[in-house]
Design a binder for this molecule. Sequence first.
Ligand SMILES: C[S@@+](CC[C@H](N)C(=O)[O-])C[C@H]1O[C@@H](n2cnc3c(N)ncnc32)[C@H](O)[C@@H]1O
Length: 261
Amino acid sequence: MSETLLRDAVRRLAAAGIENPRLDARLLLEHAHGDNALFEALVCRRAAREPLAYITGRKEFWSLDFEVGPDVLIPRPESETVIEQALAAFPDRAAPLDVLDLGTGTGCLLVAFLKEFPNACGLGIDVSQKARAIAHRNVVRHGLAARGAIDGGDWSVAGSYDVILANPPYIETGDLAGLEPEGAYEPVLALDGGADGLSAYRAVVPVLAVLLRPGGRALLEIGAGQEGDVAAVLALSGLGVVRTAPDLAGIPRVLVAAHRG
Ligand SMILES: C[S@@+](CC[C@H](N)C(=O)[O-])C[C@H]1O[C@@H](n2cnc3c(N)ncnc32)[C@H](O)[C@@H]1O
């Protein structure tokens, strides 16, 4: 019975332009737990190009399981470059670092960082109250409530930090309509970087410059081709790029920045 259902679902998902119709159909079947009517409804949603992660409510990042929903960006594999670079920049895993995650979304960067640095304490901020609720649940889910907090803020927060992580919205407004259909389900607030894609960096970088301790590192995710522009924004606030790291596709993806001089 389920073989016929599965074959039909694969055909429909392929016809809808889904890249991995077989894999998605299998995951939806698993998610339906033997309820054929539910499976049918899930296939319809996926065929309408709703992201798989929003349908299942789950996404893996840094080999950790995260709750996701339409109020947060779905964590991307390329954002794991931020964590890789944090590990390279701070080789002492036992260091009692203070970390700030600006625009935390699911909290994926904060949670992954705190998992890697067991003596670190962290704060994730987001302007979206709904995102904050999900981030908080992810912090709790991973047993990090004693070391990780989530708070509100419009790129602003008090304190000083050894490490600042930020994956701001960086897509040019004019490019949003050209994203894969799945992108239309994600919050504009998490994607829209303004007319030139740099609005959020212009807002975030002066904050970094104030909050980053001497000797600290800021790790900024960037969009393809933005390294020169974001480096120029950093320079205006007295920060310099100490390293540019590519993602697995070879695209410069993370700027590691520090105070100059
Ligand atoms: C590209 S998403 C990154 C989410 C998560 N850090 C990740 O890497 O998957 C950007 C996040 O910034 C948040 N954001 C947008 N504008 C903001 C603002 N003015 N102040 C604080 N957070 C903001 C969005 O709500 C969204 O969660």
